[in-house]
Design a protein around this ligand. Structure first.
Ligand code: ATP
Length: 434
């Protein structure tokens, strides 16, 4: 028996057919509309071609949905109906129409994030538990603005399957490079040096680093300053000299913005090339996060201000075990369900992604994301994001007008009581001018 059959890869498929050869029996459960892992080898064709491969197959369509209201299901059905290769099926529910999907536009991502967080606070005040609300986004980098809004408003949250933006490896590496570049001769950059001296590899091992540490202590210098005076293997010495030179040169470029300086550092030190040479999904995500940090850095004049911001915004998102809003990428949301789902950044070039190698899979992601919602789904988009103007995702247009509204569903189906603890959300966001 195989579950999630839409996401099997060739090896798994061969194993399954071999295992079932003796008995001639194979029971598979899957939904081809939810195949979202082609980038790691899944082939939806194995499910779609199953009746041809196994002509004696018996197919049972599970079309009754026990999770979502019919507004959500109709919207999901409409979006996936544009995939001509899907196995025909129409979901239905006995849960009633429910509330229409909210589709809301904003000017900027900060406004969008503040509006979502304000709404989360409002719903929490009417008795919805935080863990019943999820924010589900297409790109991992999109969590940053949302995290910051949640943190400012003191709404507890957790990121499923990931750490917060400022705790991600590439972001910590980039901030370490900026620290080194700003203070190469000060001991406050030592930790950054330990982190980045051999990243990408420059032939510096534990022994070499130990020698630099001794040299630095003896001369009362920073590790960065001591690195060029320490006797190391010729290859490592040359590589480290080059690294330190880049840091010093870029550190002197007064006319450049912080974003430009960071881009220069990531390019010249070979950090971006290291990520580009890695074709894994993880490396692509790290590059996206760096792009987000570069964009953020443009808004700061001094390195110390950016580092301060990162230290504050990188704080713990709330105590473990507390009732927390759930944040995750669309891929991570597979198999989960929430009473309320917020879907930000439904914009062309982000969703569907401009670089997407598989447009059909983007559509299936839209289907997965929408069908996570039990009671309410909220889609948002912005006019400006990631350094340019943007326009609403084509998937929004595909949702029938009868299943959506372009405002909040305020006032419909809501209990009257209000929990005053959540007034702080509005106050904190107002104080920030959001
Ligand atoms: N026969 C049933 N009666 C009532 N509720 C059901 C029944 N079957 C499933 N459910 C409920 O419907 C929801 C979805 O079920 P489940 O997660 O098993 O579906 P699924 O097909 O794996 O969904 P997906 O693949 O979209 O994540 C769950 O809340 C589950 O408790």
């Amino acid at each position: 028996m195989a579950d999630e059959f839409q996401d099997v890869n060739r090896a798994q498929y061969l194993w399954l057919t071999l295992l079932s050869r003796t008995s001639g029996e194979l029971f598979c459960v899957g939904d081809d509309s939810q195949s979202i892992y082609s980038w790691r080898g899944a082939k939806v064709g194995f499910l779609r071609n199953f009746p041809r491969e196994f002509p004696a197959v018996k197919t049972f369509k599970l079309e009754e949905n026990f999770r979502s209201t019919s507004n959500i299901l109709d919207a999901s059905n409409a979006v996936i109906s544009f995939d001509p290769s899907r196995i025909e099926k129409t979901l239905f529910t006995r849960r009633g129409k429910g509330l229409p999907i909210e589709v809301l536009g904003f000017s900027y991502a900060t406004e969008e994030a503040a509006a979502i967080v304000r709404e989360i606070g409002r719903r929490a005040a009417t008795g919805v538990a935080c863990h019943d609300m999820a924010i589900i986004y297409r790109q991992n980098r999109l969590s940053r603005t949302l995290e910051e809004a949640l943190l400012h408003a003191r709404v507890p949250y957790e990121i499923i399957g990931d750490v917060g933006f400022y705790r991600r490896t590439a972001v910590k590496d980039a901030l370490a490079l900026l620290t080194l570049c700003a203070w190469p001769d000060e001991r406050r950059s030592d930790e950054a040096f330990r982190r980045m001296a051999n990243r990408p590899p420059r032939g510096l091992g534990a022994r070499g680093l130990g020698k630099i540490e001794i040299e630095a202590s003896a001369g009362g210098q920073s590790l960065c300053a001591a690195a060029t005076r320490t006797r190391l293997s010729p290859r490592c010495a040359v590589a480290l000299q080059g690294f330190v030179q880049i840091l010093r040169q870029i550190g002197c470029r007064e006319g450049e913005s912080l974003g430009e300086r960071l881009t220069g550092l990531l390019e010249a030190t070979g950090y971006l090339d290291m990520l580009r040479a890695d074709d894994s999904d993880e490396a692509a995500t790290q590059r996206e996060n760096l792009a987000e940090l570069i964009e953020l850095a443009q808004g700061f004049r001094r390195v110390e201000h950016l580092l301060e911001h990162a230290a504050l915004a990188g704080g713990a998102p709330g105590e473990k075990g507390r009732d927390r809003v759930q944040l995750m990428t669309m891929h991570r949301s597979k198999g989960l369900e929430f009473r309320h789902v917020f879907l930000p950044a439904w914009e062309e070039a982000i969703f569907p992604g401009a670089m997407s190698r598989n447009p059909g899979e983007e559509r299936r992601l839209a289907y997965v994301a929408l069908t996570r919602a039990m009671e309410q789904a909220t889609i948002t988009f912005c006019d400006y994001r990631q350094g340019g103007s943007s326009r609403p995702s084509r998937f929004i247009d595909e949702i029938p007008l009868k299943n959506r509204i372009s405002s909040w569903n305020h006032g419909r189906n809501e209990p009257r009581q209000s929990d005053g603890r959540w007034r702080q959300v509005d106050q904190e966001l107002n104080a920030l001018g959001l």
